[in-house]
Design a protein around this ligand. Sequence first.
Ligand SMILES: Nc1ncnc2c1ncn2[C@@H]1O[C@H](COP(=O)(O)OP(=O)(O)OP(=O)(O)O)[C@@H](O)[C@H]1O
Length: 599
Amino acid sequence: MAEQHNRTGSILVVDDEASLRETFHFFLSREGYHPVLTAGDFEQAFATLTSTPVDLVISDIVLRDASGIELLKKARQNGIDSPFIIITGYPDVDTAAEAVRYGAFDYIVKPVDKDALLRSVRLVLRQRHLERLKVTAEEERERYRLLLDTVFRSVTDAIVIVDDELNIINLNAAARQLFANLLPGFDEGTNLNSTIRSNEFSTLRTDLLRVLQTGEDVVEHRFECNTIDNKPKILSICTSPFAEGGAHGHGAVIVIRDMSVCGEQQRSRRSSFHRFIGSSDVMQAVYTMIENVGRVDTTVLITGESGTGKELAAEALHYESNRRTMPLVKVDCTAIPENLLESELFGHKKGSFTGADKDRRGLIMQADGGTLFLDEIGEISAMTQLRLLRFLQERTFYPVGSDTPMTVDTRVITATNVDLREKVQQGTFREDLYFRLRVIDIPLPPLRKRNGDILLLAGHFIKKFSEKLHKPINGLSDDAIKALTGHHWPGNVRELEHLIERAVVLCEGVTITTKDLPQDLTKPVDHIDMKNHFKDQEPARSIEQPIGRLDSVALRILGTLNKCGGNKAKAARLLGIDRSTLYRKIKEYDIDLSTFSLE
Ligand SMILES: Nc1ncnc2c1ncn2[C@@H]1O[C@H](COP(=O)(O)OP(=O)(O)OP(=O)(O)O)[C@@H](O)[C@H]1O
């Protein structure tokens, strides 16, 4: 079984002689290794290393355009840590020493003894597998630590941790704030057994002692007390044993909630937050999450369908943080050609590639002290993923073509509307980077899940566009309201914004009516005559979609696709949604694209 397990792992064979490559490929594959990749020269080998995770490189020392050692060096300089076995024709101490100095795992002398090579391969891959397990476990642990740390620091409840003698060993910001008004001077190191004198707070001591004695939780107690300036307060406390490493009796955790402010907080439902509009429950949770996470300097991944406000969330996070007076640099990763993104982000040295005629500071440097927002992170190349990972791990980076590391203090916030987990499973997005990015995940709900916000948003956009276009529009007719609230909103708030802008342009009175809205939003599906629906759109071919499954969204998508001759990019632009959302919808509604003459 163990043998079988070790045979998982990708191997890259680098040799400029095709016959040798084939021989290696043949016998490694026969031994069950998969995938076995091959490269005939330095460039090809390096390109494979940067685009594919490789668990072992077996490289001849002499390559046509460079040496196996140079390949090893370049790999290490670029943060690629795949182990190397170097095959050498001329065993000499210097090359062996050099290979080992740059981290080669082994070197094997020609003619290659197959058994010796296989032994070495088995050993490397076993070690690699164990290392990977260790790294994954450490990363998961680090993620949880950061998460707990974030929760600890950002919750509004006061949390106090004491040791078994009731000395405070840790307390969060909320606890410090609460103590400042109740028990001034209480901080790390204070002994609660000897310093709580007033009867008012004796419940704290009694509950802690009980937990330490029994090892069991003491559930909620509420007690009355007064602040130092004599204002009455009601505190709710819950106490639990604090077990380090699974053992009991190390201490206790006490969570204190100030019940006198709870009612006030509950009443203050917000209908806007930074540039967000929305008063639904789900948006209240988003606002609170942004407030809490904004203050903490962790990496955040914002997820959500296109048009749900991911960019607004990134802005709000920046302005909620202590970095608010420093730059917020936004990068749409799909707007910059893939081969330029790396140097745009990390900068480059003069002459590092054709067209690099002077040194250039990267965007990451421009965001020093502030925040770098990387939108559409799912689309970055393997090499940029690798560089970004190194940056997040070490906080230093190398501009393209430079050997001098740079250090910056930049917080990274990313966003995506694709399922990154799926990309990880498909092998197109690094799992280690995914874990680093989503230390905290802020999911934004689609508009159809917060129907109550539609009219609030519509009102906001009516005001915005009527002011912009100098038209005295002040509301929606009942039928228009019905149409808006009944719509599915595949393009989310962006679609609503575009639709209201269009309606304000078309509106001739002071009230937006159904005639100012797109037809597919207002006509009940049952009454849509398919032929007439598309009559002004010159169908490329007759459309024979399964009509039973179509609703107004599907019809709109279908109509637009038809108008664009099946061109999905164009259709997505016209619909105000992004391409991946359109693909999902096409799948969801089972739309048959073969009915269009594709462009
Ligand atoms: N809750 C909201 N309140 C007000 N405006 C919003 C809200 N959500 C989104 N918008 C507006 O909708 C438009 C799209 O928002 P944004 O660009 O932040 O979406 P996104 O999720 O980043 O989309 P994509 O994934 O396509 O980049 C913007 O004009 C934004 O101002």
